[in-house]
Ligand binder design. Structure first.
Ligand code: ATP
Ligand code: MG
Length: 430
């Protein structure tokens, strides 16, 4: 029987204060996306299974091994999204977003589900920030999408993230490449895993993405797609390199990148970190000019990327990058007796309305226990209210760091007095 107090394998809980780091990162991602002209899209966590089979591709690891697929009570086959692009394309077509002008630029935060072997940087539920751009065929669009990812990493101060680019051509030049690959892998048949033997018949390029060590070793000697590009695909790739250079974005060409999903054409790219071992790809993406048509729309070029948020967090941690600390209690209003608690409650309410993080007792604690609690949560200031304070209309506010004390007037605005006192304390601290 499953242990009720343990989250399912491959999933994680995110708790405060760590979730504040996530909010900080998400704000940077959202901000950069908006600055680059992208608007947010939110799509369902599950879609018709066929959507992923058609888009991600029948011969991919994701569809063959990793999908969370089930039949709902109405007898439909549905799948928890393993990635974000398929849902975004489906929604773009369903709402005919192309009628509002091209290009369409979308971004999203999604949870994704893949039945994989859990390890550091690889989970069964994970989170992605993704962007998609539709209707722009020129390599300037590829460069802009890559520049968005680059701006995000730069703004977060992430170092040692290598941008690797490749082109996997169009269906025409890829057909010739697939023939060459098939001939090559045919001669190494004996050392391929069972899945790759199937791929050898259906889609030999997928063998290049196999994680099985024996297949990966053979793949090292395989023909390179770049030697098979047609003129137009070569021009596109050269164009991308030209724009990246113009933007001052460093890259290396890695002809072994094919990406894990079937829908890519032309540009593919990854941002790879050396800090994460074999889970080093923090961000991966590319162009998918055939996907919109594959899903029932009119032919329309598209491109995008998915950025793994857990991996981004791991890189930030590995590089010791400091994020703003979680806001903590600025003032704790301690009290003795019912009348004082009522007054403390009103003061906290006023402070909160003025965006001051204030707290009072909510657990019926003694004054001593309240002060211990205020200490534990690291309150910057404390105020103590009792019968004497209520009677005199005056109380004391104490700076817990400097131990300095000030008088406050209970008949005046507590927020105004607090802001003046805390601003003065901050000024003195500098
Ligand atoms: P990998 O080769 O590492 O399996 P992938 O090619 O399957 O990655 P994509 O489908 O391109 O990955 O997803 C985009 C990003 O999502 C990846 O670059 C990675 O940062 C993240 N990602 C993918 N799978 C997982 C997972 N199981 N757990 C955590 N993050 C993941
Ligand atoms: Mg994968």
């Amino acid at each position: 029987m499953a242990l009720l107090t343990k989250a399912p394998k491959g999933t994680q809980d995110f708790l405060p204060p760590e979730t504040f780091d996530w909010q900080v990162i998400e704000n940077v991602l959202r901000d950069e996306a908006v600055i680059h002209g992208f608007g947010e899209i939110r799509t369902p966590v599950f879609e018709h299974t066929e959507l992923f089979q058609r888009s991600v591709g029948e011969t991919t690891d994701v569809v063959q091994k990793e999908m969370y697929t089930f039949t709902d009570k109405g007898g439909r086959s549905v799948t928890l999204r393993p990635e974000g692009t398929a849902g975004a394309v489906r929604a773009m077509l369903e709402h005919a977003m192309y009628n509002d002008g091209l290009p369409i630029r979308l971004f999203y935060f999604t949870s994704c589900y893949r039945y994989e072997k859990p390890q550091a940087g690889r989970y069964r539920e994970f989170h992605q920030f993704g962007v998609e751009m539709f209707g722009a065929a020129d390599p300037i669009a590829d460069a802009q999408v890559i520049c968005l990812a680059k701006s995000i990493f730069d703004r977060l101060g992430v170092k040692n993230l290598a941008l690797q680019i490749n082109s996997i051509g169009c269906p025409e030049c890829r057909a010739k490449f697939q023939d060459a690959l098939r001939a090559y892998f045919e001669s190494h048949r004996a050392d391929l895993c069972d899945t790759c033997l199937d791929r050898l018949e259906r889609n030999p390029m997928r063998i290049l993405d196999c994680k099985n060590p024996s297949c990966a070793e053979i793949a090292k000697g395989a023909p390179h797609i770049l030697d098979y590009l047609c003129d137009s695909c070569r021009d596109h790739f050269d164009g991308l390199k030209k724009y990246l250079t113009a933007a001052g974005v460093e890259y290396t060409v890695n002809p072994t990148i094919v990406r894990g999903l079937d829908y890519y054409t032309n540009t593919v790219f990854e941002f790879v970190s050396t800090d994460l071992g074999s889970q080093g790809t923090v961000c991966g993406g590319g162009r998918y000019n055939g996907l919109v048509e594959e899903l029932g729309g009119k032919p329309m070029p598209g491109l995008g990327f998915g950025l793994g948020l857990e991996r981004l967090m791991l890189v930030l941690k590995a590089q010791g990058i400091e994020l703003p600390a979680h806001p903590h209690c600025e003032v704790f209003v301690a009290s003795m007796g019912d009348a004082a608690l009522l007054k403390a409650f009103q003061m906290v309410r006023e402070l909160q309305k003025c965006s001051v993080l204030a707290e009072c007792d909510t657990c019926g604690r003694s004054l001593k226990a309240q002060m211990k609690y205020a200490d534990k949560i690291g309150a910057d200031f404390t105020i103590v209210l009792g019968d004497d304070e209520l009677a005199s209309g005056k109380a004391v506010i104490k700076n817990m760091k400097t131990k300095e004390q000030r008088k406050i007037d209970l008949s005046e605005s507590i927020a105004d007095q607090f802001v003046a006192i805390s601003t003065e304390a901050e000024d003195l601290a500098f």
